[in-house]
Design a protein around this ligand. Sequence first.
Ligand SMILES: Cc1cc2nc3c(=O)[nH]c(=O)nc-3n(C[C@H](O)[C@H](O)[C@H](O)COP(=O)(O)OP(=O)(O)OC[C@H]3O[C@@H](n4cnc5c(N)ncnc54)[C@H](O)[C@@H]3O)c2cc1C
Length: 470
Amino acid sequence: MIKKEVIVIGAGLAGSEAAWQVANSGVPVKLVEMRPSKSTPAHHTGEFGELVCSNSFGALSPDRAAGLLQKELRIFKSLIVQTADKFAVPAGGALAVDRSKFSTALTEALSNHPLIEIKRFEQLDLPSKENITILATGPLTANELFYKIQAFTGIDACHFFDAASPIIYGDTIDQEIVFKASRYDKGDPAYLNCPMDKNDYIHFRNALIEGEQASLKDFEKESANFFEACLPIEEIARRGVDTMRYGPLKSIGLWNPKWGDLFDRENRLKKRPHAVIQLRKEDLEGKLLNMVGFQTNLKWSEQKRIFRMIPGLEKAEFVRFGVMHRNTFLESPKLLLPTLQFMKRENLFAAGQITGTEGYAAAAAGGLLAGINASLLAKGNKPVSFPSESMIGSLMNFISNKNQILSNQKKNKFQPMPASFGLVPELTKKKKDKRLRYKAYQERATEALNDFKNKLDSCFDKDHLLSKIY
Ligand SMILES: Cc1cc2nc3c(=O)[nH]c(=O)nc-3n(C[C@H](O)[C@H](O)[C@H](O)COP(=O)(O)OP(=O)(O)OC[C@H]3O[C@@H](n4cnc5c(N)ncnc54)[C@H](O)[C@@H]3O)c2cc1C
């Protein structure tokens, strides 16, 4: 017998949003949070939805990916975004908040809700099968539970540390310079290659070595040391002039037909690049490209400056920068449905950074979807997925879409993803101008989401909608 109450584990951004959505639909919630008696290495308070680093939710304009996500969350009366709006501080074009007022207000709203029971303890295992549960324990999930999740998903499907290369928008690279090829022409030419001559290489290597590093938190240093197999690119550069050329930047077997006859030795020796940076498709259409082997600890501003020295990437725009940090996340395409239910257990949902989304608003979006679906399930309805035209839908579809893991990427595990226009389906009428394109994405998303919400509202028992409480 499935119980009609929902357990939410973790009162961060995702868990707080999830609990709010469930309770507002009339379903009782047990919200379990271990802080303050046990904290994570990054949190400092016992408040819900504590922002562990920046106080910004990203660009406010709905014509930007982060802004569209916020707008969509407002359509669904998101507790996180409405509270952020209430305690916003001036931050240019971004939505930034007074972090202390923000999390105090969240804690109060959740604590005062008649259908939410707050439980302060460390959850040591997944609740038993008859409970509808939302797992929202975030990137710093406590160890005991982390091992239990690994036992449930399989060790390879739940990661402890994230060493990810930058992802760039495919339409911002210089197609005149980069060329398509697979090494030794094996299979389809799946990679885009940025050729580099010796001079460029030396300058690039020096910039990498001298680039300013982001400081690892103390708790991350230990994990980073375990990660010898996946060194940051600047560390590879530091190990020797040619180390990168015998590693991720090797040029052997990569040839641009534009350079003439490969079998003419003289021509080959003259034209062969000194080094090659490879870009691999992150999605099926190639709108997003991953810089192969470029996991890094450089500061984001330095990544932008230094990686734009690569021929063909002078105007590259970055969807996400490279990172090396402690991050518990699931191999979601193998484990989750677009409804955020586990394939293995339909009444267990995951939400937030643990699903492989990145960013505060994205965590809230996961909480919103998991919350809506857990309450649908509790009321005997079928969980839903959001329209793919919306930013919420496209992000959740991305993390849960097995096809996104291309067949030629078997070796590469799934990497977390922030909200991005690279994830939404192409417009039927393509628009070259980026600003017009983003505006069109935004209008299409808003229309699809309003339509979807009207249909969804009819699934809920209106008598129980308590959304006016807040
Ligand atoms: C150090 C760090 C800095 C970051 N900086 C930013 C940033 O500046 N901007 C940005 O957009 N994103 C940032 N992120 C990424 C991400 O957006 C945030 O981590 C965000 O808070 C994720 O939301 P969440 O709800 O998934 O997890 P969290 O907000 O971390 O919430 C998870 C909650 O679960 C609780 N918990 C964990 N294990 C248990 C357990 N066993 N039992 C009970 N409770 C448990 C935790 O105490 C916590 O309250 C950062 C991440 C990290 C780790």
